[in-house]
Write a protein that binds this ligand. Structure first.
Ligand SMILES: C[S@@+](CC[C@H](N)C(=O)[O-])C[C@H]1O[C@@H](n2cnc3c(N)ncnc32)[C@H](O)[C@@H]1O
Length: 242
């Protein structure tokens, strides 16, 4: 079993953009999701993207006029973000997202934690810690948006095998093994090497977060919340603080 950071290093970072349909398609999807969210940010607003990856949301946010702080633990993904962002107003920070406040000198108008990043935190209590930190960090009227996969109901039998993406060069399949509070995600990656296939397998843990639990955490720290369908089968929760 790997840590999240090691799993991204070994398996996911090199194929992450491919996994999401390629960088162009992913950035278009990120932009569509932000338009659907309609955050109503003034030009130049500061936005923090926690677990930014290669910039699926950071880049469209900056293109729409925001100043973005993009935080992630993966150096290759932040490198890809920097390459794709060109001279957009994005500051990349390689750190644990739980330490995001140490990288801010002003209160952001919005903080995002998208694409199932929340479930990557090691323990349930880290979610409450993060929500409290976000509540204290945001400017008045600020918004916190999270999107994540609801693993609270266990998939059974063959439904635990998830075909993520396949093309003529690469096949990524995921197998889920449920524990009480967590789910072990086994990623099986086949890549074409000449006329043979190379296989790499790696595993890491995600939290089984229930939507109600995340909503009640936000509400306990003063957020008014709304729940919406997110992209790619995820759930999205939008919190707004006074
Ligand atoms: C599932 S990806 C989502 C990426 C992006 N937000 C999106 O929607 O495409 C999760 C990202 O969070 C990062 N990550 C996971 N745990 C982290 C942590 N504790 N601190 C910083 N980054 C983390 C990973 O490196 C990865 O880029």
């Amino acid at each position: 079993m790997s840590s999240v950071a090691d799993h991204y290093e070994k398996i996911l970072s090199p194929v992450y953009a491919w996994m999401t349909g390629g960088a162009d398609a992913a950035l278009a999807a990120g932009r569509a999701e932000l338009e659907d969210l309609d955050l109503q940010l003034p030009t130049g607003a500061l936005v923090v993207d926690l677990g930014a990856g290669f910039g699926m949301h950071s880049i469209p946010l900056a293109r729409a006029g925001a100043r973005v702080v993009a935080i992630d633990s993966s150096e290759p993904l932040l490198g890809e973000l920097t390459r794709l962002a060109g001279d957009l107003a994005i500051r990349t920070v390689r750190d644990d997202l739980l330490s995001f406040r140490g990288h801010l000198t002003e209160k952001p108008a919005a903080i995002l934690c998208m694409g199932d990043t929340l479930t990557h935190l090691p323990e349930h209590r880290n979610v409450d810690f993060l929500v409290q930190e976000v509540a204290e960090a945001l400017a008045p009227g600020g918004k916190f948006v999270v999107s994540f996969r609801d693993y609270s109901v266990a998939l059974l039998d063959e439904k635990r095998f998830i075909p993520v993406r396949a093309d003529e060069r690469r096949i990524l399949t995921c197998f889920l093994e449920y524990e009480e509070d967590t789910v072990v995600v086994h990623d099986i990656l086949h890549e074409r090497a000449g006329d043979a296939w190379e296989t790499r397998v790696g595993s890491y843990r995600k939290l089984r977060l229930s939507v109600d639990r995340v909503i009640s955490s936000l509400e306990s720290f003063g957020f008014e919340t709304r729940r919406e369908p997110g992209a790619r089968g995820m759930v999205r929760i939008v919190g707004e603080i006074d």
